[in-house]
Design a protein around this ligand. Structure first.
Ligand code: F6R
Length: 614
């Protein structure tokens, strides 16, 4: 979703940074972009905005010869108002104040009415323009102090936002504010940068400070000149060195980030498994207070969205079977509006790649407000909102995930959930020493099994040609493989725009069987586990109605290729971690269908990487 950048550089032009930074934020999803800089030669704030790719905007910036030592930039994912140039950021009020903004000003209508009554004219349909006029109003009527103007304006706004503001009268300073949406300040040599995401700045500097909710900072090329927290008290925030690698933000020989990220899974999974293989299955992996919290909890509730919700659904099976702890999983956007019954002995877990999904964040806050005392965030992005708001946190070691469709974040979340199940199982006396050794061996072998699954790509590419011509597809699984069927169907929808649905295979005869005919490819995830015979019976139901079956199985499940039954086998039996290995196959299948259909693999239409709006 929307991305923010900004910079003050004492001796350099900021435009290079602004366009480079915005390109690095493209992966988050957007539909227009723009930058505004203070031009010293013309002594005014100049702006370029374009609908479409940042490259188009960059071209226009070059043509106009924009330069300056201070500027702000934005990629916009439309919420209030359509995808048009007037709605793109930055917004400017009276040539005096320019603003970029992430998030939503919930009371913008009331604010707009107030400002219109004061004589301000609006050029866009956005909530952001309210900020620009509001800051200008405070600035012009209360002593021309930009910092105070932003502070007073922000106190009027409800919602979650991060903003950066520059002012025509003072081209040496910028004011930034954070309330609910991520924002960081980064430091170079006589230059300061701001961004909503560290990937925008690391080509320029690795020294970063993450602002906290309620912080408002006055910046100059020397750094942070003043920082007040939510209570209006002077404060300081630690400067950290980002370890995100620049290579992880580049394609490095792959055609798409999604392809790269699928292929990074053996390493991402091995790095994440190391937490348990090196550190042991001990509560301390989850945070300082995990030993006392884990010993008192009686049940678990996992809150998440999308792919992260499916990892949670998979984790439930391990948590209940290995740790014998009752586990519920709920879609965060539903949970937050339900009359929940809070239980202080229930551990709330959130799973999230970005750590900033608004629905998940609000669900966590809601759970906390209802009296849930303990929470654990399983997250991929360091220092993001969810781990910071949780009592405990553990990070997946997937590295930056750029493709909008989540892949390696999902499989590494599964590794953590498995590690959690074993840790709790051991703590609660349900895992013997032999079993513990077995689980560690399973984790050790997992990267190799994933590598074998990646080798299935040519066979999956053949299947993909057939899928690409069909209007819809059905995915079936049973038990712990049902969430993997859900994940497979989601990946197909997102990447290829083919309608796909997933069902527990036993549910077929209760309705969806009516859909099955020769035009409906049916993917079945059918490893050799205790439900295999049941799955085979369900497959008969499909075959008898002329449906074409595409079976993903493992070596010893004796499926025969016949007319209407295609089989791809992973080269080994994988045991308890089988869902992770079968995920690779459904990812590759969707990727190849997308290639055949020529869709935008890394940026599927209408989707954003970090969903920071409701
Ligand atoms: C699908 C996908 C989304 C995300 C969802 C939650 O491929 O990526 O469904 O899983 O938007 O995002 P996070 O995990 O960042 O909370």
């Amino acid at each position: 979703m929307c991305g923010i950048v900004g910079a003050i550089r004492a001796h350099a032009n900021v435009v290079d940074f602004l366009t480079d930074g915005l390109k690095r934020l493209e992966y988050r999803g957007y539909d227009s972009s723009g930058i505004a800089v203070y031009s010293e030669s013309e002594q005014k704030i100049k702006r370029v905005r374009r609908v479409g790719r940042v490259a188009l905007m960059e071209e226009a910036v070059k043509q106009k010869g924009l330069t300056g030592h201070i500027g702000i930039g934005h990629t916009r994912w439309a919420t209030h108002g359509g995808v048009t140039e007037p709605n793109a950021h930055p917004h400017i009020s009276g040539g005096l104040i320019s603003v970029v903004h992430n998030g939503i000003i919930e009371n913008f209508e009331a604010e707009r009415t107030r400002l219109e009554a004061l004589g301000y004219e609006f050029e866009s349909q956005t909530d952001t323009e309210v900020i620009a006029h509001s800051v200008r109003h405070e600035y012009e009527n209360n002593g021309k102090d930009l910092y105070r103007a932003v502070q007073t304006a922000c106190s009027r706004f409800h919602g979650a936002f991060a903003i950066a503001v520059i002012c025509h009268d003072d081209p040496a300073h910028m004011v930034v504010a954070r309330m609910g949406c991520p924002l960081l300040v980064a430091f170079g040599d006589e230059e300061v940068f701001i961004a909503s995401d560290v990937s925008a700045v690391i080509a320029f500097t690795r020294k970063v400070t993450y602002l906290e909710d309620g912080d408002i900072a006055l910046l100059s090329a020397n750094g942070i000149d003043m920082l007040l927290d939510k209570n209006g008290d002077k404060t300081e925030r630690a400067v950290k060195t980002s370890e995100l690698s620049l290579a992880s933000l580049e394609l490095g020989g792959y055609s798409h980030f999604m392809q790269k990220e699928i292929y990074e899974q053996p390493k991402a999974v091995a790095d994440t498994a190391e937490i348990f293989l090196d550190g042991g299955f001990v509560p301390e992996n989850f945070g300082e207070h995990a030993p006392e919290i884990f010993s008192k909890i009686k049940s678990i509730k996992i809150l998440a969205c999308g792919t992260s919700y499916y990892s949670a659904l998979t984790g439930k099976y391990w948590l209940e079977s290995i740790a014998r702890i009752r586990t519920d999983v709920e879609i965060a956007s539903e949970y937050r509006y339900r009359d929940v019954i809070a239980d202080p002995d229930e551990l709330i877990i959130t799973t999230s790649q970005s750590g900033e999904t608004l629905d998940t964040m609000e669900a966590l806050k809601y759970a906390q407000a209802q009296g849930h005392e303990c929470s654990l965030s399983i997250c991929n992005v360091l220092e993001s909102a969810l781990p910071r708001a949780s009592t405990l946190a553990i990070y997946t070691r997937a590295g930056a995930e750029i493709g909008v469709a989540s892949t390696k974040a999902f499989t590494t979340q599964l590794v953590i959930l498995f590690g959690l199940a074993v840790t709790l199982g051991k703590l609660r006396g349900h895992v013997s020493d032999d079993e513990l050794t077995g689980y560690a061996d399973d984790l050790r072998q997992l990267p190799g099994s994933i590598q074998h699954a990646l080798n299935l790509e040519p066979q999956l590419a053949v299947w993909a040609k057939e899928f690409a011509t069909k209007p819809s597809a059905l995915y079936l699984g049973r038990g712990i493989h049902y969430p993997i069927a859900l994940e497979g169907a989601l990946k197909l929808k997102e990447l290829t725009y083919i309608h796909a649905e997933a069902y527990p295979a036993g549910e077929l005869k209760h309705g969806p069987l009516a859909l099955v005919d020769e035009n409906m490819p049916v993917v079945v995830i059918a490893p050799n586990d205790k439900l295999l015979d049941k799955v085979k019976a369900n497959m008969q139901e499909v075959g008898a109605r002329g449906g074409e079956l595409f079976v993903l199985s493992d070596l010893d499940s004796d499926f025969a290729e016949t007319d209407g039954v295609h089989v791809i086998r992973t080269p080994r039996h994988i045991g308890v971690l089988s869902p992770i290995v079968h995920t690779i196959a459904v990812q590759l299948l969707s990727y190849h269908v997308a290639l055949v259909r020529g869709t935008d693999v890394d940026k599927p239409r209408n989707l954003a990487k970090s969903v920071t709006v409701e």
